[in-house]
Design a protein around this ligand. Structure first.
Ligand code: ZN
Ligand code: ZN
Length: 408
């Protein structure tokens, strides 16, 4: 991996991801193996005028050892001061850069019950933190960093070092770091996405019709749906990009308004098992039939999770010609894979994608058609053969996607 590219990648996190401001404090949450990027990000934060950069290093190996060896009293307790330490900065307006680089299989030998308790304890201790982050009170971003476990999953058969280098190359392509001026490229990209959103929101389509080989699907959009994408504004009006990279614009389908068939175009990695070449049939929103060439049982488990997992909660548009899609690899990482192709999600809808979403009661959700489920799993359906037509309330037909790409 080239030093110069790493430096540009750091620029993106600082300028586009969170938009560090003069005098602001920045929290960087970083796994210990990402020290080179973390230091580069820290340098860029100061160059952008940051007052202080607080780096929180973590080590998943140490965490793993704790989970295996510490007594229950340790697992059942997450010291409040650990969260308070960060909250002091966050309440004062600090932004947060998260670097992720985990080994997805590391914790497989930990007793699942113990794991569940630990996750719950941390979630409870982090309530206020979550409120700030999910409620948009703070600016935050996530960027990924390769490691040998992840790289070998993407490129099995390559020696670890080569696999890591190759993964870096693809990350740099997918995040536009390989362009001359990545920050400018991202500003343009965000402007483009915003224009798409504005058009889609202004049209407020009543229905979308998806056609592609194996796909013929009517998707009704609920009243008050909102198209989102290209980042978010904080409650203070600052722009940030929760996911770097991001390509999608998305909203929710009406829970009971999906009819027809839908064929996958990329494998879905669910709980470490691949589901591939699958097809779903919908009647009034519900999955009434399905088949899969690979991973049928896993698909069945996913659909049978609960009542809501028989319905869709997200419809997302991603052009076939986009940097992530053009790498033509499966990243085994949702940050990347869900931005590679038009997709739907089985399960719960994202509440911000409907007007007044966070204040809806259970009855409101039923009435409007906002799906609720324990799960939310994206699966890819886009290709160069995907066509999408929107129908407005007045019956006007508008071509949205033609041969896999934006038609307007
Ligand atoms: Zn999505
Ligand atoms: Zn999703």
């Amino acid at each position: 991996m080239q030093r110069e590219s790493l430096s540009k990648y750091a620029d993106l996190a600082v300028q586009i991801g969170v938009g560090v401001k003069e005098g602001q404090t920045v929290i960087v949450k970083a796994p210990i193996n990402t020290a080179d990027l973390t230091r580069e990000i820290t340098k860029k934060c100061y160059e952008a005028g940051a007052k202080d950069v607080i780096v929180e290093y973590s080590d998943e190996e140490i965490n793993h050892l704790r989970l295996l060896n510490s007594p229950d009293e340790v697992i059942n307790d997450y010291p409040k001061w650990r969260i308070d330490g960060l909250m002091n900065y966050i309440r004062e307006g600090a932004c947060i850069i998260n670097i992720i680089s985990s080994n997805p299989d590391l914790l497989s030998d930990v007793n699942p019950e113990r794991m569940g308790i630990r996750n719950k304890v941390i979630a409870e201790a982090s309530k206020e933190y979550k409120e700030y982050v999910l409620g948009g009170k703070s600016c935050w971003t996530i960027v990924a960093y390769p490691n040998e476990f992840w790289a070998s999953k993407v490129f099995p058969g390559l020696p670890a070092k080569e696999a890591i280098d190759k993964l870096w190359d693809n990350i740099f392509k997918a995040t536009r770091v390989n362009t001359e001026n990545p920050v400018l490229a991202w500003e343009n990209h965000i402007n483009n996405l915003t224009k798409k959103l504005e058009f889609l929101n202004e049209k407020s389509f009543e229905k979308l019709i998806f056609t592609a080989p194996g796909t013929n699907l009517d998707v009704v959009l609920p009243k008050g749906h909102k198209w989102l994408g290209g980042g978010q504004r904080s409650t203070d009006g600052d722009h940030f990009l929760p996911n770097l990279p991001t390509e999608e614009v998305f909203t929710l389908p009406k829970k009971t308004g999906v009819n027809g068939t839908l064929r996958s175009t990329k494998p879905l990695n669910y709980r470490s098992t691949l589901i591939d070449n699958f097809e779903l049939t919908f009647k009034d929103g519900k999955i009434v039939d399905y088949k899969a060439e690979t991973g049928y049982e896993t698909l069945k488990n996913l659909i049978e999770t609960d009542e809501g997992s028989h319905f869709l909660g997200e419809v997302a548009l991603v052009p076939h010609d986009s940097p992530i899609s053009n790498t033509d690899i499966i990243f085994y990482n949702t940050l990347y894979d869900e931005n590679a192709s038009c997709h739907f999600a089985i399960g719960s809808a994202y509440l911000l994608s409907v007007e007044n979403g966070s204040n809806l009661t259970k009855e409101d959700k039923e009435r409007i058609g906002v799906n609720d489920s324990l799960t939310h799993v994206d699966f890819m359906v886009g290709s160069s053969e995907m066509n999408i037509v929107g129908i407005t309330k007045s019956g006007e037909e508008v071509q949205i996607f033609k041969d896999g790409n934006w038609a307007f």
